[in-house]
Design a protein around this ligand. Structure first.
Ligand code: SAH
Length: 448
């Protein structure tokens, strides 16, 4: 049974399969610097505006209904097999492999030094370094909303890259490094701690980016040496589920503080992130995921129900299920934020936009590149195109009956778990004093 795939491997495979299924076209959001407005690509629907000047400043976003018929029918039921399999780490195992094995000896090597070794990986290797497997990179690359936004942000702002030194924090396959090089970078340092760096070396070479253009360094950002003292631009795709899961932002902050030019001209791609929360009617799925444990073949399995409820679910939320406005709970300026900022607390007040039931709260985020000529960004809102981040659903222990315009008052806290910093402890308190529901409760969730 030694070679039996691990749970984590299965997560990757399943998650990728789901991702591919929904991977239909990009919603790249391009914005205007004076009045930042949402533009959809021509082939896309006229879904609701999400990244606006207001949203990046973190104002309340009304969640419209009935005008999103052209949106993909992101039927959550169709994805129920994906329950709880999607909280795959984007970074966790990278650290482990470092502590674990051969990668230390490769730390800081570059194209010339690296010998092409025949690597025969086992499922155990992939467990310890999930980023080593191509499936996770395939999923990220096929997320066109994500990848095309980076491509446009970089290539439409070649003036920021021309003759500049660029650091790609967590380069993966080297995609962002190659975009940066195409945009005219003098040199790109592509750093990744995972053994995917071995393929990245071959990829950049095969695509004509010689050692004078891109240097791939396999190593942990926190442990490597760069051959330069300063870089002009940092590009990184560090975002995890619920924006902060995996805490890779720490790594970007570390790189920024260590290498980004200190004269105020430094650029970080992206430089803004905002997280939002809204309420959803999700009775059918909650029944399937939570109430299920009440009676399993006649047996009471409610001890599992409590645990199931405490685990936020990463999945697609149908925009039609959203029953309130969406309000910001976190703003991050990547140019100035500190490691401690991933620990946050926020009060929020949601306003119901119809008579309905509330079974859960949903969190999603937006990212933007605003140091550019014409700001650009993308959203992971239920009202926007599919991204591999989907949305994060927090099921509530009580179902609320809500009337149009009634308020849901809440408080959310988030901090890395003490024992495992990659996990997040998220506390949510809710108070409703409506016509039909008068209730207050708190739940401690753990995103793992
Ligand atoms: N930039 C690529 C990959 C993004 S995924 C793309 O856009 O497709 C994030 C990558 O960061 C993973 O490949 C992971 O191995 C790497 N990574 C995570 N933490 C790191 C660290 N501390 N040092 C170096 N690389 C890291």
């Amino acid at each position: 049974m030694k070679d039996e795939p691990t749970a984590k491997r299965r997560q990757i495979i399943l998650k990728t399969a789901v991702g591919n299924q929904d991977n239909n076209v990009s919603t790249v959001v391009e914005t205007d610097s004076s009045s930042i407005e949402h533009q959809q690509q021509q082939s896309l629907s006229s879904s609701s505006p999400t990244i606006t000047k207001e949203s990046m400043e973190g104002k309340v976003i009304p969640t419209p209904h009935g005008d999103n018929d052209n949106l993909p029918t992101t039927n959550v039921i169709a994805h129920k097999t994906n329950v709880n399999i999607t909280n795959m780490t984007k970074q966790e195992t990278a650290t482990k492999i470092f502590n674990n094995s051969s990668s230390d000896s490769k730390k800081g090597t570059n194209v010339e030094e690296e010998e092409e070794a025949e690597v025969d990986r086992t499922s155990k290797d992939y467990y310890f370094d999930s980023y080593a497997h191509h499936a996770i990179h395939e999923e990220m690359l096929k997320d066109e909303v994500r990848t095309r936004t980076y491509e446009m942000a970089i290539k439409h702002n070649a003036h920021l890259f021309r003759n500049k030194i660029v650091l790609d924090v967590g380069a993966g396959t080297g995609i962002l490094s190659m975009f940066a090089s195409q945009a005219g970078a003098k040199h790109v340092y592509a750093v990744d701690c995972s053994s995917i760096a071995e393929q990245a070396r071959q990829i950049v070479q095969k695509n004509g980016f010689g050692p004078d253009k891109i240097t791939v360094i396999q190593g942990k950002i926190e442990e490597i040496e760069l051959p330069v003292l300063e870089v002009d631009v940092i590009v990184s795709e560090w975002m995890g589920y619920f924006l902060l899961y995996e805490s890779m932002l720490d790594t970007v902050i570390y790189a920024r503080d260590k290498w980004l030019v200190k004269d105020g001209t430094g650029v970080v791609f992206p430089d803004k992130a905002v997280m939002y929360i809204c309420a959803v009617e999700d009775g059918q799925i909650k029944k399937d995921r939570i109430d299920f444990w009440n009676n399993v073949y006649g047996f009471d399995m409610t001890p599992i129900q409590k645990i199931a409820l405490q685990e936020p679910v990463v999945d697609i939320v149908d925009s039609k299920a959203v029953v309130s406005d969406a309000v910001p709970i976190l703003h991050l300026d990547i140019l100035t934020c500190r490691k401690e900022d991933v620990e946050f607390a926020a009060d929020f007040k949601l306003t119901a936009n119809r008579n309905d039931y509330i079974h859960g709260l949903v969190a999603y985020f937006e990212c933007a590149f605003t140091q550019v000529h014409k700001p650009i960004g993308f959203s992971t809102s239920p009202f926007c195109r599919y991204t591999h981040w989907k949305q994060t659903i927090f099921y509530l222990p009580e179902n609320l009956v809500i009337c149009d315009k009634e308020k849901i008052t809440g408080h959310i806290t988030c901090k890395p778990n003490r024992k495992n910093r990659r996990d997040l402890d998220i506390g949510i308190s809710i108070l409703v004093d409506g016509e039909h529901s008068k209730s207050s409760f708190s739940v401690d969730y753990r995103l793992r």
